[in-house]
Design a protein around this ligand. Structure first.
Ligand code: UDP
Length: 331
């Protein structure tokens, strides 16, 4: 019997996670439409598949012709969003537009088109500084900065659309996603991008505090597996943590990458540990992570040239870039 063609929209498909998801969906034989405004997503992330997908450049935070793309769509993966902490403190309006307004319009488009599945990329930053480790989905919600708040507000919209309109939606709370193509837009961002650029220019890794803090680093192809598993499932109106089932210190990352380090001041408002309790997604969806930190770092190092033109941060430039972080979060 011929398999039915699955038609998919990926918002933010030119971004880090989105571009990996496209690779996974093409392997499944899906027909794909990418909606992206290319503000932080990169054309080069999807250049290798550009003849196999439809790309629509558009602004999802305002109503527009892009809504017609939702006709006959089966699955929607809503991944587009602005990331990074410091710019969200400095420019909260942009974060509200991209992460809240856009989620509203994408939800409406999906609802009116009667899509079969809607998967939202939520963030573990909603837990702030958690009281419980590993942290379950039922833990307190304590966003510490506008990025975390806006992602959480998007998640609340998704929950509401699922409750009220029966939109078949699932939200996945990602923990510290890393992998190839994770370069940021030039702002001071996720640790792997910072360290890989430092490695390429033989500069010391800027380790925050004593480096004993740990993160639940989750490899991007495991995230893709969780996204597709959620879309294929029949669960609705659920929220799941997606993590690696362990937590790894920054000092271990430095050891795996190899090279010198320099310590910089501990940052206010950030947890000493992130560590997802993933028993809910394991039990409900049968999803499990499969890439160890050793394998993930090895993979990322194979592609280190991707970070060739990335900003190389040092203690002084970080201190300057994080001034507002310390100003507002050091309470
Ligand atoms: N980190 C670091 N040096 C840097 C940037 C980050 O040691 O230049 C550490 C940071 O203290 C945190 C971890 O790396 O423990 C992950 O930081 P990231 O900003 O990537 O994610 P988040 O803090 O939001 O979990």
């Amino acid at each position: 019997m011929k398999k039915e063609l699955i038609r998919v929209i990926v918002t933010g498909g030119a971004g880090f996670i989105g571009s990996h998801l496209i690779d996974g969906l093409l392997n499944l034989g899906c027909e794909i439409i990418v909606l992206d405004n290319f503000s932080t997503g990169r054309k080069e992330n999807i250049v290798h598949v550009k003849n196999k997908i439809k790309i629509v450049e558009c602004d999802l935070s305002i109503k527009g012709g892009w809504i017609e793309e939702f006709n006959n769509i089966d699955w929607v993966f809503h991944l587009s969003s602005l990331a990074d902490i410091v710019p969200s403190i400095q420019n909260p309006e942009g974060y509200f537009c991209s992460n809240v307004d856009a989620t509203f319009y994408v939800l409406e488009a999906a609802r009116l088109a009667n899509v079969k599945r809607f998967i939202y990329s939520a963030s573990s930053s909603c837990y702030g500084i958690p009281d419980t480790y590993p942290t379950p989905e039922a833990a307190d919600i304590k966003p510490q900065y506008p990025y975390a708040l806006a992602k959480r507000m998007g998640e609340e919209l998704v929950e509401h659309w699922a409750q009220l309109y029966n939109l078949p939606a699932i939200s996945l709370r990602f923990f510290n996603v890393y992998g190839t193509r994770s370069r940021t837009s030039g702002t001071y961002g996720a640790v792997f991008g910072v360290f890989l650029a430092q490695k390429l220019s033989n500069k010391p890794y800027t380790v925050v505090g004593d480096g004993n803090q740990t993160r639940d680093f989750t490899y991007v192809t495991d995230i893709v597996g969780a996204l597709i598993t959620a879309a294929e499932s029949n669960k609705v109106n659920k929220i799941y943590n997606v993590g690696s089932d362990t937590t790894v210190s920054i000092n271990k990352i430095v050891y795996l990458l190899g090279g010198d380090k320099v310590n910089i001041p501990k940052r206010p408002g950030e947890p000493d540990c992130t560590y997802a309790d993933i028993s809910k997604i394991k039990d409900d969806l049968g999803w499990m992570p499969s890439i160890s930190i050793e394998e993930g770092v090895e993979k990322i190092l194979e592609d280190i040239d991707y970070w060739k033109e990335a900003t190389v941060w040092n203690p002084d430039s970080i201190s300057e870039a994080t001034e507002d972080w310390f100003k507002y979060l050091d309470k």
